[in-house]
Design a binder for this molecule. Structure first.
Ligand code: SF4
Ligand code: SF4
Length: 125
């Protein structure tokens, strides 16, 4: 598993001394160059998802291990006030499923958790 950077979405967090991903990574793995973020040592990534949640442009995702997904599916996130919207992406960046999970500020009742799956061909139907 490691973090993937979508360079169409990353804008390098302009006007910030550090990008949100640089600021939060516990391994200090990010640097910026020419208004884009890069990983120094992808193999050192702990898959903690902190950067994925911190990026305001959903430019980061974590590739799932082959034991879970043989086809290089990835998870990305968008943090809202009371919940986090997790999106499962295929290798082409297409959204396969969306999961709304309350965060610690949000109500923890089961009706605040929702799952939405696209109708897909093959094993996902
Ligand atoms: S937080 Fe997101 S948009 Fe900002 S530099 Fe990092 S990857 Fe790019
Ligand atoms: S998942 Fe965690 S360790 Fe890996 S790059 Fe992101 S913040 Fe750093």
């Amino acid at each position: 598993m490691t973090v993937r950077i979508d360079y169409k979405l990353c804008n390098g967090c302009p006007k910030r001394a550090e990008g949100f991903c640089e600021e939060i990574c516990p391994g200090d793995l990010f640097y910026r160059e020419n208004e884009k973020a890069y990983l120094r040592e992808p193999a050192d990534c702990w898959d903690c998802f902190s950067c994925v949640k911190a990026c305001p442009r959903s430019a980061l995702s974590v590739e799932l291990p082959f034991q879970i997904s043989e086809t290089r599916h990835r998870l990305t996130a968008r943090v809202k006030k009371n919940h986090i919207v997790w999106r499962l992406l295929d290798r082409n960046g297409r959204t396969l499923a969306t999961y709304n999970i309350p965060n610690r500020n949000g109500p923890l009742s089961s009706d605040t958790i929702s799952f939405k799956n696209r109708k897909l061909k093959g094993s996902y139907e």
